[in-house]
Unconditional design. Sequence first.
Length: 85
Amino acid sequence: MTRDAILDQLADIVYETTRLPKQRVAADVSFRDDLDIDSLSMVEIATAAEDRFGVRIPDEALAELVTVGDAVEFIARSTAGSATA
């Protein structure tokens, strides 16, 4: 899956969780500072991302996902590592 596809699906998840417009969700945007997403909503977003992408986002990793781009990169690395040939 491309990073653009991950970003698009992550924007869907953010919208479904917070009702923020998908257009506001960009790689350089901070979940907390720019989107005003609190810790409870971040857990909901992470849980939905785990379900949608088939990845595990441990609490310590979640704390390091400051920007949307951080989340996209984490998911990209996690899905690349779980891909089977």
